[in-house]
Structure formats: C-alpha cells, structure tokens
Design a protein around this ligand. Structure first.
Ligand SMILES: Nc1nc2c(ncn2[C@@H]2O[C@H](COP(=O)(O)OP(=O)(O)O)[C@@H](O)[C@H]2O)c(=O)[nH]1
Ligand SMILES: [Mg+2]
Ligand SMILES: [Zn+2]
Length: 323
C-alpha cells in the first residue's frame, strides 16, 4: 500500500477520531470513543496492529460502507505486556497500571508460570500483585501459600516487601475483602492474569455484575467444556470509566524470548539483590567462583527459585533472541 492511500487526506469527508481499544479478535479491534460508543475497526497496514489498551486514531468507513472503521495510527505506548516464544509474540495488553496475577489453591499453580509472569511484568515496568484465591479450600490453600513463601520473603532496600501477596476467597466475598479489592483496583487499569480455573471470571463478575464473564460453573452447566477467554477483554469498573479490569487468556506457556538471559537476574529481585557482591561483574550466578548469589542459595535465596533462574537462563540462551 502506498503512502498516498494511507493518508487521511484521501478521505476528506471524515476526520480522525481518537479511541481506546477494548477488544481484539484476530486482526480487527473493538474501539471505544470518549462517549462510550463502540465499533469494529480494522488496522490500516501491518504497522497499525493494535492491542487492548491502545489509544488509537481511527477513521469511520466512508458513507454507505457500513459502520466499521479503520485504525490509522496507534499512539505511543506507555507499556506493553507480552509473551514471546520461538514462533510468535502474543500481546496481553498495553498501557496498564498494574497486573493482578490470580492463582488459586486449586488447580495447583505452576511456579514457573508465576515466575515468568512476574519477570515479564518487571521487564515491562508494570507493578504486579499476586493473589492466591480459594482460601476456603484450607488444606490446598495452606500448601499453596507455603509455596509462595519465597515470593513473600523478598524485601526491598527500603524494608518493604517487594511483591504484594494476598489471599482471597472469591466464592464467598465479604465486606473486608471487598474493601481491599476496592483499594487495590479503584481508578486503575488492571490486567487480570492467571491460569484457567483460578477465578478470573468470578472476580470480574463479582465486581462488575453486568460483565457476565462465563465462569467454569456456567460452561459446565451448558456442557460446553471448560470456558477459556481467548483474547483480552476490557471491563469498566465504574460508570465514570476510570478503573477497568482486563480479563485475559490463561498464561500457559509464557515465553520470555524477548528477554536476554543476562537480564534475568535484574527481573528476579531475590537473585539480583545479591549480584553486586559477585567477584566477576559479568557473573551468571550459575557456576562462577566468588558468586555472592550461589553463596546464598538455601540461605536467603530459595533452592527452587535459583533452579527456576538456571532453567530460564538455559532456555533463553539456546538461540539468539530477537528482541
Ligand atoms: N472453592 C472456591 N471456588 C472458587 C472460588 N473462586 C472461584 N471458584 C470456582 O472456580 C471455578 C473457576 O472459576 P472461573 O472464575 O471460571 O476461573 P477462570 O478460568 O480463571 O475465569 C468456578 O467453578 C468458580 O465457581 C473460591 O474462592 N473458592
Ligand atoms: Mg474465565
Ligand atoms: Zn554471581
């Protein structure tokens, strides 16, 4: 497509309008205008592929050609959370204030997926919150809470916990929990990320009753198998449209090919905190003599966390990364 055809001047009847991408389905997007109206828009060219959370400039279709529009420009992003494997890059959302990683006592969560999500969020500059749901399942919950001990134990230089980790019972919400959720989520754009079955739809339906995100129970009743969200969906929390919850596809197979292995320690603060003490400035914390990280494995750094680090280091070293 030539530059000439792309320019807005080619369609003098319509002016560019700004909008927010609130859904994406394959190549086309749902764009919401300031008045709350929504329409389907198609990206003009590959460069204008937008993701949920993007601010875009779009053009209405020419008169007589339907209600749809075209995305003419994606505005610069404040941040973008995505995953990348050997084959492709998948974006979760752009321009978000925080990510709520929702895991549960059951199904048992993958620590590798949790660690990957935290690393990706850190790399993208997006603060995470970790919530462990289903505290009513007391035995499994206690075990899962214990597995989170290394994450709860990370303390920053200012003496504060590095990660906010909290327990939830979304099946039986009470006033105290509602208050907490309100404090965490009000006036913010929060991406809810987590494995299938952790309670993401339950959370969204509780806070936004008109959302009607399909939960496990509903799809079971319909005998349609497990419901999974295949793309990120935007739900406003309040009528003023200040806060939003973004339901996302599960986070299985969270590829981190966009991250260099030598950057990993920076995004795993329990490892990185000790790296200044290493003898070699380019220490990989895997085998070097005088490594201050290795000296602390089992004494301040959990064995499991260092193993995750080493496995990820090997994975990301396999091939040059294209990032
Ligand atoms: N026991 C228990 N079950 C819950 C809780 N929260 C959600 N569930 C159930 O877990 C299942 C999966 O929830 P859903 O919201 O669909 O998870 P999603 O796949 O993350 O969207 C549903 O049957 C929910 O009713 C909880 O706090 N305790
Ligand atoms: Mg769901
Ligand atoms: Zn080291």
């Amino acid at each position: 497509m030539s530059r000439k055809h792309r320019s807005a001047a080619a369609q003098p009847a319509a002016a560019l309008e700004s909008g927010l991408v609130v859904g994406s389905h394959g190549r086309h997007c749902v764009v919401e205008s300031a008045d709350g109206s929504r329409r389907i828009c198609h990206p003009r060219g590959k460069k204008n592929q937008a993701v949920v959370g993007d601010q875009v400039l779009w053009l209405p279709a020419p008169p007589g050609q339907g209600e749809e529009g075209s995305i003419e420009q994606v505005q610069p992003r404040r941040n973008l959370l995505y995953r990348q494997d050997e084959i492709r890059t998948k974006s979760f959302a752009a321009n978000i204030d925080q990510v709520l990683i929702l895991i549960a006592a059951e199904p048992v969560f993958s620590e590798s997926q949790l660690a990957r999500a935290l690393i990706a969020a850190h790399e993208a500059g997006i603060p995470p919150i970790v919530a462990l749901n289903k505290s009513d399942l007391t035995g499994p919950f206690a075990q899962a809470w214990e597995r989170l001990a290394p994450y709860r134990a990370i303390i920053d230089a200012d003496g504060q916990p590095h990660y906010r980790v909290l327990g939830l019972n979304l099946a039986a919400p009470d006033a105290r929990q509602d208050q907490l959720l309100q404090e965490l989520l009000a006036d913010k754009v929060t991406l809810v990320l987590g494995p299938s079955g952790s309670g993401k739809s339950t959370l969204i339906n509780h806070l936004i009753p008109q959302a009607q995100a399909a939960t496990g129970e509903i799809s079971q009743a319909l005998n349609s198998g497990r419901h999974t969200t295949t793309t990120t969906t935007w739900y406003w929390l309040d009528a003023q449209r200040r806060g939003a919850l973004l339901d996302s596809p599960g986070f299985q197979g969270f590829g981190l090919r966009h991250i260099a292995p030598t950057a990993l320690a920076r995004y795993m603060p329990d490892i990185g905190q000790h790296a200044q003490g290493c003898k070699f400035y380019n220490c990989t914390h895997l085998h070097e003599p005088g490594c201050a990280v290795l000296a602390r494995v089992g004494q301040g750094i959990s064995v499991q966390r260092h193993r995750l680090y080493a496995d990820l280091f090997a994975e990301l070293s396999q091939r040059p990364h294209y990032g």
